[in-house]
Design a protein around this ligand. Structure first.
Ligand SMILES: [Zn+2]
Length: 320
C-alpha cells in the first residue's frame, strides 16, 4: 500500500477538503484573470479609439497644395451673414419635389437644393418621419436667388413701415444663406394649413439629430446677438460632418465655430470624433495675399478643404 492510498483510507475527509480548496483556488484564479483580461481589453479599445496623432509628421506626411483664393468663397463651410455675402447663385442645384417617397413634403417644383445637401436632407427628414410618424413636415423654401431675396426684403420693408431699421428674419439680398443652396426652411402642412416648424416634437428630434446628417440649427435662440438673426426653429444649414456634430454638441453657432477654428492651425489642430467613431483633425490656414494660398494637406489620408468665405481655408482630415 502506498503512502497516498494510506492517507486516502485514513483521512477521507481531509482529502476531500484539500481537493475542494484546490478547485476553489483554480476557479478564483480563472475568474480573476478573466476580469483582468476584460479590464485590459476595454482599456485597449479606449486607447485605440484615440486618433493616432503622434505618428503624423507635418514635414513628411503633409504636402503643399495651391488653392486659388477665389475658392475661399465656396464649399459647405462658407459663412454667409450680414457681413459676408454669398458670391454665387446656388451651387450644383437640383429639384427636390417628390423626393422621400411621401415621408415628407416639398412645397413645389421650384424648391431646389445643392445635390449633396438634397440627399442628406432626404435622409434626415425620412428618419424624422419614421420617428415622429408625421408626414406633414414640408421643405417650403430652399435655394433663393438674389432677385427673389430682393423681393422678399422689399415686401418685409413695406410691411414694417417707415421706421424700418433692419430685418429680424429677412436678410439683405446677396447676404442670405438661401442663396447658397445649402439651407432650407421647414413648415408643417396640416389639412391645407401651413405653419412654420415650431418647438414641437419634430424640432426636438431635429435639434438632437441634425448634426449626424451634416446639418446645424443655424439661428439658435441664445445666439441672436452673434448671428444678428432672430431665433429660427425652422432653418437648417448643411455644413457636413464632422463640423455639424461638433457645432451642435458644443452649442455653437456657425459664426463662433469659424472664429474658434482660427486658433487651430496645423501645429495646434482640433481633434474630434463623430458619431460613426471616425476621428478627425481640423485646422485653419489663413489666406495669403495674391491669387493663391499654399495649403498643407496629408499625403495619404482622406481630407476635405473648404473656404470660410472670410479669410482662410478649413481642412478636415479623416484619421481612421
Ligand atoms: Zn431660412
Amino acid at each position: 500500500m502506498s503512502v497516498t492510498e494510506n492517507i486516502k483510507q485514513k483521512y477521507p475527509l481531509l482529502v476531500a477538503l484539500v481537493f475542494f480548496i484546490y478547485l476553489s483556488a483554480t476557479a478564483f484564479v480563472l475568474i480573476f484573470s478573466a476580469n483582468i483580461g476584460s479590464v485590459m481589453a476595454s482599456k485597449k479599445v479606449i486607447i485605440s479609439s484615440l486618433p493616432n496623432v503622434t505618428n503624423l509628421d507635418i514635414q513628411s506626411d503633409f504636402v503643399d497644395v495651391e488653392m486659388k483664393n477665389d475658392r475661399l468663397n465656396s464649399g459647405f463651410l462658407i459663412l454667409v451673414n450680414n457681413n459676408y455675402p454669398c458670391s454665387f447663385e446656388g451651387d450644383n442645384l437640383v429639384e427636390i419635389y417628390g423626393r422621400g417617397n411621401g415621408k415628407f413634403k416639398v412645397a413645389d417644383l421650384d424648391v431646389k437644393l445643392n445635390e449633396t445637401v438634397a440627399q442628406k436632407a432626404e435622409n434626415m427628414l425620412s428618419a424624422l418621419c419614421d420617428v415622429s410618424e408625421n408626414s406633414n413636415v414640408m421643405i417650403h423654401s430652399a435655394y433663393r436667388s438674389k432677385e427673389l431675396q430682393e423681393k422678399l426684403y422689399q415686401a418685409d420693408k413695406e410691411e414694417k413701415g417707415e421706421d424700418y431699421i433692419g430685418a429680424e428674419y429677412v436678410l439683405l439680398p446677396g447676404y442670405s444663406e438661401h442663396q447658397t443652396g445649402y439651407a432650407f426652411d421647414l413648415s408643417i402642412m396640416d389639412d391645407e394649413d401651413l405653419s412654420v416648424l415650431g418647438e414641437g416634437e419634430e424640432f426636438r428630434w431635429l435639434k438632437n439629430n441634425c448634426g449626424k446628417y451634416g446639418f446645424i440649427l443655424r439661428y439658435p435662440q441664445d445666439k441672436v446677438a452673434v448671428t444678428g438673426i432672430g431665433y429660427e426653429t425652422w432653418h437648417y444649414r448643411y455644413v457636413g460632418l464632422p463640423h455639424s456634430e461638433y457645432i451642435m454638441q458644443n452649442g455653437f453657432c456657425l459664426e463662433e465655430y469659424i472664429e474658434m477654428l482660427k486658433t487651430h492651425t496645423i501645429k495646434n489642430p482640433l481633434y474630434t470624433t463623430d458619431y460613426t467613431a471616425t476621428s478627425w483633425m481640423i485646422y485653419y490656414v489663413p489666406s495669403q495675399l495674391g491669387e493663391s494660398t499654399m495649403v498643407q494637406v496629408p499625403r495619404d489620408s482622406e481630407y476635405q478643404i473648404y473656404g470660410n468665405n472670410c479669410d482662410g481655408f478649413i481642412i478636415a482630415v479623416k484619421l481612421q
